[in-house]
Design a protein around this ligand. Structure first.
Ligand SMILES: Nc1ncnc2c1ncn2[C@@H]1O[C@H](COP(=O)(O)OP(=O)(O)OP(=O)(O)O)[C@@H](O)[C@H]1O
Ligand SMILES: [Mg+2]
Length: 491
């Protein structure tokens, strides 16, 4: 027993007054049990401690008291009238069948007990639910593993935190093993090629594929060129000429690779072919349209260089990337050597394919992990990002019924460092690590999710790497809990 409930409690809130000296032992985020006596029975309410407060009215900073005077002269004021307290956020009533919402007023005076390692309250929380246990644990209690409600995995996940807060590590150590244990296979899109690809190079059940080896669908090739050339210098005839050339793209790539041979520059050959084609089409136009088209072609090829074709020179079909998941549990796409438009072009190819599989009624049992998600679906999408944002939204909606999980990782929640609001709404389980000050205020940020549970901006701004507040449908506790994980030598 560490203290008792203070005056002013309701059915959903209470304050704990600590007994003498317990302020030195009991910390925020600890779990406690309140023994609430009702009609001779004792009802046990599980809660989490937040919003600690130390009071000593004799040491008021804004008024002059004898204790203050004494302190000013170097004396140690008395602690006899000090009161230490915490808010208790009730998680629920512990019953035989599992956790129930508390509806009875919590008695002031009710005794409060701190839970110790061997109590494992997580076991009480999960009663009656179909859960999986992750390798993450409740902060300061390594034996209290974090449970996850299995059915809500395809309701999508967000991981947020500033740079260095541990998002990619958390995903590698906790989320990916969790999804695998739930029977999902994984595709990771490693935007920079540094967060995942190097860690899985020598793994038996993971294959790392370079984005430049993968073939793009023709629509994505067209939007890539559109982005690169400012919409074909706004000339429809030029756009048509490109479109014509792009037909049968992968076949053409295979041919030029053969022609170029080992050490040759297939992208240069293809570039020259494309240029010749576009110029010849423009030359056959009638005199009125020819002049503007010729000017547009000149502008387009001033922008577009042979090197720009490098990310489009892959020949491995996306279908094949997906098919390899029948042999491996996980595929990591190393996207490092492509430009943003190329990466997004590939994303569209892959997701078009996944979408068509789901539309045809297939359950995918697949998790698509997208690190650096604002690159795909920023606050205000432009160009090809409009298509990828729309695609992510559609994947999210259909995925819920098709055992398909999206995991989006982002430095920020909202605004220009965050994820597009229409996509964010689809992420129903979230992990919030240390936040950026920009996320600390205003609508839609991390605080809006967490402040109702007594979690303050100060705490979120100072979280250590690898600490996350876990909220949402996958969490069997209705109150967000602070979780962490141990980093071992290997993934
Ligand atoms: N559980 C943990 N305990 C201690 N340190 C950790 C933990 N998890 C991660 N770290 C440390 O945090 C560092 C940054 O982690 P990580 O690369 O995952 O950050 P990130 O949030 O993905 O950053 P970025 O946004 O820049 O990609 C790691 O190098 C590691 O040293
Ligand atoms: Mg990262």
């Amino acid at each position: 027993m560490v203290g008792r409930v203070a005056d002013g409690s309701t059915e959903s809130s209470a304050r704990l007054i600590l007994m003498k000296d317990f302020e030195k032992k009991v910390a925020a985020e600890e779990l406690v049990l309140i023994e609430n006596a009702v009609e001779g029975k004792v009802c046990k309410i599980l809660g989490v401690l937040r919003e600690g407060l130390g009071k000593n009215e004799f040491l008021s900073a804004s008024s002059y008291r004898p204790d203050v005077a004494y302190m000013k002269l170097g004396g140690e004021p008395s602690g006899a009238r000090e009161v230490y307290s915490f808010a208790i956020k009730p998680i629920g009533v512990v019953t035989e069948e599992g956790l129930d919402q508390n509806r009875l007023i919590i008695q002031p005076r009710a005794p409060v007990y701190i839970l110790e390692d061997e109590d494992n309250p997580m076991e009480w929380i999960v009663k009656g639910l179909d859960v999986l246990w992750t390798k993450a644990h409740i902060e300061r209690h390594e034996s209290w593993k974090v449970p996850v409600v299995k059915n809500f995995i395809p309701y999508h996940v967000g991981v947020y935190g500033t740079t260095g807060s541990g998002k990619s590590w958390f995903t590698r150590y906790i989320l990916i093993p969790l999804y695998i244990s739930a029977g999902y296979r994984i595709i990771v899109l490693d935007w920079s090629g540094t967060d995942y690809a190097p860690y899985y190079q020598n793994s038996d059940d993971t294959e790392v594929i370079k984005i430049t080896d993968i073939a793009m669908d023709e629509e994505s090739v067209l939007s890539y060129f559109e982005d690169k050339t400012y919409d074909f210098a706004k000339n429809n005839n030029v756009k048509d000429a490109f479109d014509e050339f792009i037909e049968g793209w992968t076949g053409k790539v295979e041919n030029v690779k053969e022609t170029a041979g080992e050490g040759g520059r297939p992208e240069k050959i293809l570039y020259d072919m494309m240029r010749r084609h576009v110029e010849s089409v423009v030359n056959t136009l009638d005199t009125r349209s020819r002049q503007p088209a010729v000017r547009a072609v000149r502008r387009v090829f001033r922008r577009l260089k042979a090197e720009d074709l490098a990310p489009l020179m892959g020949t491995l079909p996306v279908e094949e990337v997906y098919r390899r998941l029948s042999e491996k549990k996980m595929i990591v796409i190393d996207m490092s050597s492509a430009l943003s438009e190329g990466k997004l072009g590939f994303f569209l190819s892959l997701s078009n394919y996944l979408y068509s599989l789901m539309e045809a009624g297939n359950n995918l049992n697949l998790s698509l992990v997208i690190d650096e998600a604002p690159q795909y679906t920023p606050w205000s999408p432009k160009g090809i990002q409009e298509a990828s944002t729309e695609m992510i939204k559609n994947l999210a909606a259909l995925g819920r019924k098709r055992m398909f999980n999206l995991t989006l990782i982002s430095q920020g929640v909202k605004g220009d460092i965050g994820i597009n609001a229409s996509v964010r709404r689809n992420l129903t389980s979230n992990f919030f690590g240390r936040i950026h000050p920009l996320d600390a205020s205003g609508e839609g940020g991390a605080l809006e999710w967490l402040a109702p549970y007594g979690i303050t901006a100060d705490q979120l701004l100072q979280l250590k790497p690898g600490r996350f507040y876990f909220t949402g449908l996958m969490n069997p506790s209705p109150i967000p809990l602070l979780i962490t994980y141990r980093v071992e030598a290997h993934v």
